[in-house]
Design a protein around this ligand. Structure first.
Ligand code: PLP
Length: 382
């Protein structure tokens, strides 16, 4: 048989998937390892998808999504960030995942480099490899509050660097960029003439300040080098419905039309109707989800404080980044597996998100309060 393409072999296995598979083979596991909202999808969203099926609204749409959906996203973007975007710049994608892959596909040639956060969401390293490109990790360090350090980014740029991925609010860290940090990233990208791929899929969930959208900042005062990846998965608990958005420069339209045609043709039509319902409704379910997550954070951090366990103060997303170095002996992945087998609690080992995550764990707080506190009560204190 012929070999499979070498770039496919270069895609690393996900360290969370391995833990998940072990957990599936055990009884009574408390799952705190996966980034899945625990709230149900709102009835009006499900009803819109059902109505589309009933009305036989099941045909291909425009490669970019229906005009109504592109308009609905543009209106929500303007309402959330106070900056208008042209619906023609909005491309409906299969989740944020495909928005990321599509944007990377349009900026990376084989062998090109993209700077990716470490620790960072696993797809940031997997997707470039699928394109025969090279993810270059930029370390987010404890000493720097796990924030990007622009002088260190400068040192990683080579003639092959084409883009930097930025993720705020961050998975797995729960950190957020403030206005100065966002401007610092934009200035860095301008200095080296790089694209910025801004993953904002957790933008609806920040705790003590509004989300600073790099995409909106670029619209307001930038030069159009930010590619925004958005998603309805987390905001509206729609992970399996698979709708996201890429906000791209207007000039990319012909290229994106071909890229969408080649990859997906379009997002499925009933899901697009569900997405319109999500974006145009009164957002009270998003507010309720935010309150649920922030209440969980408060309860979880109170318990961690009481137990003397160190963690990174959460700014957004729905993850807690917890320091387990006192217990893990330099192998947090092995430790997480042992913890799962012994206590039946699944947490994500930080090393699954890059070398800089060694010794840390990620706990998803989008869970029931009881499950969350049960899991945290079992973590070893220093
Ligand atoms: C940072 C980040 N970006 C993108 C995604 C992709 O999500 P989806 O494809 O469901 O929108 C996730 C999912 O966990 C994520 O954590």
């Amino acid at each position: 048989m012929p070999e499979i393409a070498s770039h496919s072999l270069a895609v690393p296995a996900s360290g969370i998937r391995r833990l998940f598979e072990i957990a599936l083979g055990l009884d009574d596991v408390t799952f705190l390892a996966v980034g899945e909202p625990d709230v149900p999808v709102a009835p009006h969203i499900a009803a819109a998808a059902k109505a589309a099926w009933d009305a036989d609204d099941t045909n291909y749409t425009h490669n970019a999504g229906t005009p109504a959906l592109r308009r609905a996203f543009a209106d929500r973007f303007a309402a959330d960030y106070g900056v208008a975007t042209d619906p023609e710049r909005v491309w409906a994608t299969i989740g944020g995942t495909q928005a990321l892959h599509q944007s990377l596909g349009l900026v990376l040639d084989p062998g090109d480099e993209v700077l990716v956060p470490d620790p960072g969401y696993t797809t940031f390293s997997m997707s470039p490899r699928m394109l025969s490109a090279v993810p270059v990790p930029y370390a987010l360090r404890d000493e720097a509050g796990f924030q990007p350090e622009v002088d260190r980014l400068d040192a990683l740029v080579t003639p092959r660097t084409r883009a930097v991925i930025v993720n705020s609010p961050s998975n797995p860290l729960g950190t957020v960029l403030d206005d100065d940090a966002a401007r610092g990233i934009l200035a860095f990208a301008r200095r080296h003439d790089l694209w910025v791929i801004s993953d904002e899929v957790y933008g609806a969930f920040t705790w003590d300040r509004p989300h600073v959208s790099l995409t909106a900042l670029d619209h307001a005062e930038g030069d159009g080098r930010v590619l925004g990846a958005f998603s309805l998965s987390k905001t509206y608990a729609m992970t399996g419905i698979r709708v996201g958005f890429l906000v791209a420069p207007a000039a990319w339209a012909p290229h994106l039309r071909s890229a969408q045609e080649a990859m997906i043709s379009c997002v499925n039509a009933p899901a697009q109707r569900a997405a319109i319902a999500a974006l145009t409704s009164d957002q009270s379910d998003v507010v309720a989800a935010r309150e649920h997550y922030s209440g969980n954070f408060a309860a979880a951090t109170e318990m961690l404080d009481a137990r003397g366990i160190r963690y990174l103060a959460p700014g957004g997303a729905f993850y807690l980044w917890i320091d387990m170095r006192h217990a893990t002996g330099g192998d947090v992945a092995g430790w997480a597996e042992g913890f799962l087998r012994e206590h039946r609690v699944a947490v994500a080992p930080g090393s699954a998100f890059g070398a800089s995550g060694e010794g840390w764990i990620r706990v998803c707080v989008a869970a029931s309060r009881a499950d969350l506190l049960h899991g945290i009560s079992l973590l070893p204190a220093p």
